[in-house]
Each structure stands twice: as structure tokens, then as C-alpha cells.
Design a protein around this ligand. Structure first.
Ligand code: GLY
Length: 417
């Protein structure tokens, strides 16, 4: 079967790599991909008619969607009207990610463990509520915001500054929520669902801030590891009971048409796990460690998710740990220069996986072309060994201005769970 993967980053490279294990690279089309991903072909991922024509010309029978925007734009609804299969939630189900208000009201309606919140449609209307919390709260813009739109505040001066920035960015008449802040460790639980059954990938953690020790501004993700060592059977059972099962029942009750990857951003405080958010897709950079860790035929699993037989497929995780360190352009997530030749790629160990994101070709070399440039993914028997392997291989690659965090996966080693 010929398969198209929609998207252009490290996540899509990892999806293509995993699907190619069962379908063969010659049957993979990454649209538009990038110069580092084999079988990348130029495409406008928001022009569904042109995509359909491309699929017909190339006899593509299955589409797997990486990023959220085409899902929110209704790509699944479009292709459902054709004979080309597509994995992902419909537009009205992708709203679980597309609207923070929908997501929180869904959680409340279906008894999913989450923090208290209020909904507002005007900046001024929220001020008394924010004062009642002494500014100790999280303010979230309702719509898709490409990793922005979330303001974590500790006190009134921070909350007031956040509301000024919010007003400037989104206008004073804007939909948003104010929710109680949860302090603890965050974990990404991602599964593939056919709407009834969910098959989980290993629990992962990503690292959002640009500098070591979680300092500096948020990015698209500076690295990830899996499985999280503190994910005990007891914690897994609690997350299943308090978050995953109520969500699946909610999807059925609300008749949401959800066949695809579903991402639970879970925060663990001392009172137990609570759900921060849903994403209607695989996470990035989590996917770059999760798919190497998955021991399953992903092509068969995707087809099973589409025909409702996910419960029947073989699905397990490889033993050991996986670490992804993201090499970024200097200056990212603010503005940064591009076009620097990337050297040393041929020197990395043969079992290191390189998943490419912001790269293009200058005809000779791969050169930098984005904030997040390359994901360097390594395995180890222990988390320490996987970290060591990843950093040894990062040191073999260089380009002007290259930056990466030196502490991916290390904070968790110091915690005593
Ligand atoms: N790693 C977070 C995300 O994909 O949204």
C-alpha cells in the first residue's frame, strides 16, 4: 500500500521511518517533508483538492496526518468523502485540541480529572476572578496558538503583565480560560484510538524551555525521553481510571468521530494526575522517541484504527530507554540566521537515528533552514546510557550557532519517586 504522511518536521520523519519498516520506503510519500527526509515531495498541505489529485496520480491509498492545522481545517472530513483512507480525527473531533474551552468543558462534563477553571470572553471580565486567585493561575487563549497563548502566572504583577500581552496579541474581546495552576511533573501519554479502544505508546517527557534547568522561553520542544521511569503500574492505573477511560466514554457519548492519535498532557501533583490538555495528534518531539520504542506493525495498526479492530493487533514496547536531543539554530525560539552547512552527519554511530526538521539542501550539503534542525535519537539499556549515547552523537555534528540542551532526561534521574 502507498502511504502519504502530511507534514514536514522530525515527527513526520519518524512516522515515515516507522511506516516504511512495513510498507517499504518506495511506498512512502512525505508531503512536503524536507531535504533530510527520504521520499519528500513538494505539496500544499492545506489545498485538499491538490492533495487528492496527487494521491490519485501516485495511487496513494492511505494518508497519515502529522500536524494539527490540517486536522483543524477539516482534511479528514474531506478525504472521508473519497475512497482514500485517512487517519486522524474529523474537524469536529479535532476541536479537542483546537479549542481549550471545548476541551475543559468536555473534561468537566465527562468527569476527567482536571483543575478548576472559568471561561471568559473579555479581558476586563476576568480581572475579579484573577484577583480572587491572587494572580496564581494559568491563562489560556482558546484557539490554536502554535505553542504560544498560555500564560503561567505566580502573582498579580505577573498576571497583569500577562493580560496586557494577551490583549495586545489576541484583542480584548477574545475567548479564553483562567484555570488553577498545577505544580508537578508533566508527562505525555499518547495513544492510537479507533474511538473505543486505545493502544498506548510509552509514557514520555518533553523539555519545552530553550535552556538547561527549564530556563528561558518555551520552544516547540528541545528533547524528549521515554519511558518515564516514575510511571509505575499504580500511576498507569490511576491515569487510566481518572483520565483515559472517562475521555473514551466522553468521545462515545458526544459522538465525536475520533480515529487517530490522541495526546494527553498530564500533570502530576501530590493529589494525583490531572489532565492539562488534549492534542489531536502525535507530539513533537515525543514521536521521535516513541515510534522507535514501539514494537508493532504501524501500518496494520493504522488500518485497524480505521476499521475499529485495534483491540486485535499485536502491540508492545521495546525494552530499554530512548532519548532525543534536538539540535537548534542559535537564537531560536526568537529570530535566527539560517543557511549554515551541517557537518559530521556521516560520523554518527550507525544505530543513531537522525530525524530531520528545519533543513534544506544547497545542492551539496544539508543546511539549516529552521529553528529545530535535527533530532538525535539514541537507545540505552538504562536511561543514563541512552542519555550518554545521545550526547556522544550530538558532539559529532556541528553547524554555525548550533545550540542544544545538555540536560535532556537528567532531571528525572535526580528525583526520588
Ligand atoms: N510536545 C508537545 C506537543 O507536541 O504539543
Amino acid at each position: 500500500m502507498k502511504i502519504a504522511i502530511i507534514g514536514s518536521g522530525g515527527r513526520e520523519h519518524a512516522i515515515a521511518w516507522k511506516l516504511a519498516q512495513n510498507a517499504g520506503w518506495e511506498n512512502i510519500y512525505v508531503l512536503p517533508g524536507n531535504a533530510g527526509i527520504p521520499r519528500s515531495f513538494s505539496a500544499n498541505i492545506n489545498d485538499f483538492e491538490a492533495l487528492e489529485q496527487y494521491c490519485r496520480e501516485n495511487s496513494i491509498g492511505l494518508i497519515v496526518v502529522g500536524p494539527e492545522q490540517p486536522l483543524a481545517n477539516g482534511i479528514v472530513d474531506y478525504f472521508r468523502k473519497t475512497d482514500i483512507k485517512i487517519l486522524g480525527p474529523t474537524k469536529s473531533a479535532a476541536i479537542m485540541e483546537g479549542s481549550k474551552i471545548f476541551a475543559k468543558e468536555f473534561m468537566r462534563r465527562h468527569g476527567v480529572a482536571t483543575s478548576d477553571f472559568e471561561v471568559f470572553d473579555h479581558v476586563d471580565a476576568a480581572m475579579p476572578y484573577i484577583h480572587s486567585k491572587n494572580g496564581d493561575c494559568v491563562i489560556k487563549y482558546d484557539g490554536l496558538a502554535a505553542g504560544k497563548g498560555v500564560f503561567v502566572c505566580n502573582n498579580m504583577p505577573e498576571a497583569e503583565a500577562a493580560m496586557i500581552e494577551f490583549r495586545e496579541t489576541y484583542g480584548e474581546k477574545s475567548n479564553f480560560i483562567v484555570e488553577d495552576k498545577i505544580v508537578g511533573d508533566e508527562i505525555s501519554i499518547i495513544g492510537l484510538t479507533d474511538g473505543k479502544t486505545i493502544r498506548l505508546l510509552p509514557p514520555a517527557q518533553d523539555h519545552k524551555q530553550v535552556y538547561d534547568n527549564d530556563l528561558g522561553p518555551n520552544t516547540g520542544g528541545m528533547g524528549a525521553f521515554c519511558p518515564a521511569p516514575f510511571y509505575t503500574d499504580k500511576l498507569a492505573a490511576e491515569i487510566d481510571r481518572l483520565i483515559i477511560q472517562p475521555t473514551l466514554r466522553g468521545i462515545e457519548k458526544d459522538a465525536l468521530d475520533y480515529k487517530g492519535f490522541l495526546y494527553f498532557g498530564v500533570m502530576m501533583d501530590e493529589k494525583g494526575p490531572k489532565l492539562l490538555e488534549y492534542n489531536a495528534r502525535l507530539g513533537d518531539p515525543e514521536t521521535e522517541v516513541l515510534l522507535p520504542a514501539l514494537n508493532a506493525n504501524l501500518v496494520a495498526a493504522v488500518l485497524a484504527a480505521l476499521d475499529g479492530s485495534l483491540e486485535e493487533i499485536d502491540w508492545s514496547w521495546n525494552p530499554g530507554f530512548y532519548v532525543d536531543v534536538v539540535l537548534t539554530s542559535g537564537g531560536y525560539p526568537k529570530s535566527f540566521p539560517k543557511g549554515f552547512a551541517i557537518k559530521g552527519l556521516e560520523d554518527v554511530d550507525k544505530d543513531t537515528l537522525l530525524f530531520y526538521a528545519g533543513v534544506k539542501s544547497n545542492g551539496e550539503d544539508l543546511v539549516t533552514d529552521g529553528g529545530r534542525v535535527i533530532n538525535v535519537v539514541c537507545k540505552g539499556t538504562t536511561l543514563e546510557e541512552a542519555i550518554e549515547n545521545a550526547y556522544q552523537n550530538c558532539n559529532k555534528i556541528c553547524f554555525e550557532g548550533m545550540h542544544y540542551r545538555k540536560d535532556i532526561g537528567k532531571r528525572i534521574l535526580k528525583n526520588t519517586y
